[in-house]
Write a protein that binds this ligand. Structure first.
Ligand code: C5P
Length: 215
């Protein structure tokens, strides 16, 4: 029998919102279900879990500490504040890659809205994080998910990338199921069948436990 000691997980979930004024923002259709499932599975396995959640309409899983954030920069600050104590970071969040270059303090009138929106890149949270010991990312793609996931794994120095093609039925944003592939830095790809997001989450937690116990 293999024994795992309890670890500290940080799990990010949901979308981020990048406001251009108080009532308008750029975002994506992430519901947070996959990340919340990872948090639930990690807690059920006896780990301490901090869930950093973008704006989502989900209940916090029992025993999980939750920090709510809005933008990518908020999420970066929250992860940074927690990461020193963590053993595992699972970046499930669909972080917005860009934000409007300017954010107006009050609602822009129609006449004030520019015809073109100037965007700036958001920081890459995973890439900018030194620790923790186990780092897991997601890759939501609309084609060629394995090739993209393998590239991401190497580029971001991850132990695992969970790739999913969000265009496939039963997979991706808003569904309760997912069909994913597990991609490791050695380039090996393991395709899992369609399963519940909670079942995928248990696989991810088991993977993190294995990596941590291998030293
Ligand atoms: O490069 P891409 O955005 O597709 O990478 C996806 C992975 O990187 C996800 O795990 C996501 O949570 C993470 N990410 C991040 N910071 C960003 C964008 C993505 O940590 N600004």
């Amino acid at each position: 029998m293999v024994y795992y000691t309890a670890m500290r997980f940080i799990v990010t979930a949901g979308p981020t919102r990048e406001h251009l004024d108080p009532v308008r923002f750029l975002s994506n259709p992430s519901t947070g279900r996959m990340g919340f499932a990872v948090a639930r599975a990690a807690r059920a396995a006896g780990h301490a879990v901090t869930l950093v959640a973008g704006p989502v309409a989900l209940k916090t899983p029992p025993g999980v500490r939750r920090i709510d954030v809005v933008s990518a920069r908020d999420m970066l600050a929250a992860v940074r504040a927690e990461v020193a104590d963590a053993d595992v970071l699972v970046m499930t969040a669909a972080v917005a890659d860009w934000r409007p270059a300017r954010r107006a303090k009050s609602k822009l009138k129609k006449g004030e809205m520019p015809d073109t929106l100037k965007l700036v890149r958001n920081p890459d949270i995973l890439k900018s994080m030194r620790g923790p010991r186990v780092r897991i990312g997601f890759a939501a793609e609309t084609g060629l998910p394995d090739a993209e996931a393998a590239r991401k794994c190497r580029e971001k120095g991850l132990d695992l990338v969970v790739g999913n093609d969000v265009t496939r039925p039963g997979s991706g944003f808003g569904t309760t199921t997912n069909r994913v592939s597990l991609v490791t830095p050695d380039g090996s790809v393991r395709h899992l069948p369609l399963m519940s997001k909670l079942a995928v989450a248990h696989r991810i937690v088991a993977f993190a436990e294995r990596i941590a116990s291998d030293g």
